[in-house]
Design a protein around this ligand. Structure first.
Ligand SMILES: [Zn+2]
Ligand SMILES: [Zn+2]
Length: 458
């Protein structure tokens, strides 16, 4: 039995290596065609053409980038979804940025690896002995950025959610999926000694757009006729900073506002100041609780200056909890591929960043694990893929090892994971209803004719 498995794994390695050129070409092409969430049409088209050339028939998400395809073994069993993210980041100072956009989170390598998986699964005998089915999915908009643009898409009815994976959940693309897995590039450079790392999970986040509104006036001649939106914003953020000591360690709360610029000349009292931020945390209840305090503090800044403040809260990502049983299976696959000393899975490690893969782990067993091969700071100007073979080939092989492990022997191991999994929400619908409660649109300070104010930030 063991030697049979080893033979299958060796065949997977060979199958992926056969398509090495295709995978590495895709990595370079996608690196030089970065686009931000919900605009990733170039990556979408590139991958679509390659998938179709391999004979896959795709379900396109249509009005937004992304697609999926199902590979059916024709034998009953679980459906495993493998995902790759399409989107890049705005980081104009990165030396290789294309029109200010760059894959500084390494998502392009996921697309290349997914293509490798798709190609390897077309090799003769690739599905022998497997049951169930495999869904390969290219998904848009993981990074929670450009909140105003996404809000506009939402208002136009193009999307329902800021984030791609929860948007896909709401579109029913996961209705018949049993479990999900994806590989991301390493999140920090100290872990480079390992080919693969794994952890317990990541924070979730609420996405916030905050617009302070004042009144423009001559900054020298008549400042008394204006209301300074920038000062109101500064006061609001100062109050938020003073609240930080009330955040509790157990909740891993993060609040990191970025002012989007006053957009006015230096001799004008700023009329409007827009801020984007998240409130991150380890569970939805803690995020909601601390977010209410932050909204109160933001409101206070506006009130102090006689300004207004519009607060828009949207579901960002759910906290991501990796299923421990599934994590163990993946760790063993990584060890089989790279050897014990090249794999470091820490079952207690919590990361304070967020991913919308968390939305998936709320409703089905899921694991996101990490692969080495890039250097520099993730989301930083020095980020680059230094060893594309290490990232993309290892990722594709590990994912195929995982599929083999889950879907061979009548899907015994997948079924075991599914039996012990306790979802945080009983259904996708119940989950969507819970996050919809986060949605908030408030003009938090309203003045009457006497200048007295009514506040409402809840
Ligand atoms: Zn990122
Ligand atoms: Zn990322």
């Amino acid at each position: 039995m063991r030697s049979d498995k080893r033979k299958r794994q060796e065949y997977i390695i060979k199958s992926v290596d056969t398509h090495k050129n295709l995978i590495l070409e895709a990595e370079r092409w996608l690196w030089f065609h970065p686009q931000t969430g919900y605009t990733e049409w170039e990556a979408h088209e590139y991958l679509r053409k390659h998938f179709e050339a391999w004979g896959y028939s795709l379900t396109l998400s249509g009005n937004i980038p992304g697609f999926y395809t199902d590979i059916d073994t024709k034998r009953p069993g679980p459906k495993v979804c493998i995902m790759a993210e399409l989107d890049a980041l705005e980081l104009p100072k990165h030396p290789q940025a294309q029109k200010g956009v760059i894959h500084a989170c390494g998502h392009h390598a996921q697309g290349a690896a997914l293509l490798g998986v798709a190609a390897a699964l077309k090799e003769p005998g690739a599905l022998d002995g497997l049951c169930g089915s495999i869904r390969l999915m290219a998904v848009p908009a993981e990074e929670v950025i450009q909140l105003a643009f996404r809000e506009e898409l939402r208002r136009k009815g193009v999307i329902r959610y800021t984030e791609g994976k929860v948007e896909y959940l709401s579109r029913g693309y996961f209705d018949d999926v049993d479990m999900a897995v994806m590989v991301h590039g390493h999140m920090n450079s100290e872990e480079d000694a390992f080919d693969f790392v794994g952890n317990a999970g990541n924070n979730g986040c609420i996405a916030k757009e905050i617009i302070y509104r004042g009144k423009a006036a001559h900054a020298g001649g008549a400042p008394h006729e204006g209301v300074n939106a920038q000062y109101a914003a500064m006061l609001g953020l100062q109050a938020c900073n003073d609240l930080r000591e009330t955040f509790q360690e157990k909740d891993a709360i993060r609040f990191h506002p970025v002012m989007q610029g006053a957009n006015c000349a230096v001799n004008i009292i700023p009329e409007e100041l827009r801020i984007e931020s998240y409130v991150r945390g380890k569970n939805l209840e803690a995020m909601k609780r601390e977010n209410r305090k932050i909204n109160r503090a933001l409101t206070g800044g506006a009130l102090a200056m006689g300004a207004g403040v519009e607060i828009c809260d949207r579901p960002g990502c759910a906290p991501e909890y990796h299923d421990a049983e599934f994590l163990k299976l993946i760790e063993q696959c990584c060890i089989d591929l790279s050897g014990r000393e090249k794999v470091n899975f820490d079952y207690n490690k919590w990361i304070a960043s967020s991913s919308d893969f968390g939305d998936i782990t709320c409703v089905m067993p899921g694991v996101q694990f990490y692969v080495a091969g890039a250097s520099g700071t993730v989301h930083g100007v020095d980020y680059c893929v230094t060893n594309p073979e290490r990232v993309c080939l290892n990722a594709a092989k590990a994912l195929l090892f995982v599929v083999l492990e889950l879907l061979s022997e009548e899907g015994m191991k997948a079924k075991k994971i599914l039996e012990q999994y306790e979802p945080l929400y009983p259904s996708i619908q119940a989950y969507l209803e819970a996050i919809n409660e986060v949605i908030l649109d408030k003009n938090a300070v309203i003045y009457d004719e006497n200048g007295n104010a009514k506040i409402d930030y809840m």
